[in-house]
Design a protein around this ligand. Structure first.
Ligand SMILES: [Zn+2]
Length: 243
């Protein structure tokens, strides 16, 4: 075989096999998986305090373009008039979770308040998205010993928090995350702020190029073989958080 032919054949094979591939996931947003040869790492972006019409919609557009899944912990009070965004999240393969009804801290709250704050949002989510498990992110990440037994789902903390709500600066949020991120991280952001939406999409671009795949928290746990337990607070794919 002529040498030029071998080179052309090799180049064609490289072009086919060494680019990022998109995996179709039945009816959901396809996931972008890194090219062969890159070490695959998995990460979960989580967004609290939405949905908010102008910022969450733009974030969903950007995640869809990039084949990235995420998890949205929504506040019940934010749900009316944003039902279409919630349906879109679920339809595009994202996980929707519960961030209580009015974002009151559950730590030291009366027991009936804890139950009510969780249930009111759960009822809304079931009306819009159907029956399901809507995992809890406690407001401010604050819990106490009484809360675990009252919660009928896993609870999700985080392993990386750039304090995007305080910085309100895209470049600083991106730099914080890119400087510290590791395989299995759960990153806390807020889809409520335009700077955080910009930061999230830049983070996806930069980390996909390094071989990261963006999963929902539930998918991240499956990937790491973690069996989520109800009433337990998780900080990452492999770590629980004690209180
Ligand atoms: Zn919050």
């Amino acid at each position: 075989m002529k040498r030029w032919f071998v080179w052309i054949a090799m180049a064609a094979l490289m072009a086919v096999f060494c680019r990022p591939v998109t995996v179709e996931t039945a009816g959901l947003s396809p996931l972008t998986v890194p090219a062969r040869g890159e070490e695959t790492k998995y990460i979960a972006l989580t967004f609290d305090d939405g949905p908010r019409a102008d910022t969450t919609g733009r974030l969903l557009d950007g995640l869809q373009e990039r084949g990235a899944h995420a998890t949205f912990f929504v506040i019940g009070e934010q749900v009316p008039e944003n039902e279409a965004l919630l349906k879109r999240m679920a339809a595009e393969g994202h996980q929707v979770g519960n961030h209580t009804f009015s974002h009151e801290s559950l730590q030291n709250a009366a027991e009936h308040t804890i139950i009510e704050e969780i249930q009111k949002t759960e009822v809304l989510l079931e009306e819009i998205l159907g029956e399901g498990e809507y995992w809890l992110r406690p407001p401010y990440g604050l819990v106490d010993n009484r809360i675990g037994p009252l919660v009928k789902t896993p609870m999700i903390y985080w392993s990386l928090d750039p304090e995007d709500w305080r910085l309100l600066n895209t470049d600083q949020v991106v730099a914080y995350v890119l400087g510290r991120v590791k395989n299995g991280d759960i990153i806390l952001l807020h889809d409520f702020y335009p700077t955080s939406v910009d930061a999230a999409l830049q983070i996806v671009d930069a980390l996909q190029a390094e071989g990261y795949v963006f999963l929902t928290v539930e998918e991240l746990f499956q990937q790491f073989g973690t069996q989520p337990q109800n009433g337990v607070l998780y900080a990452s794919a492999t770590e629980e958080r004690n209180w």
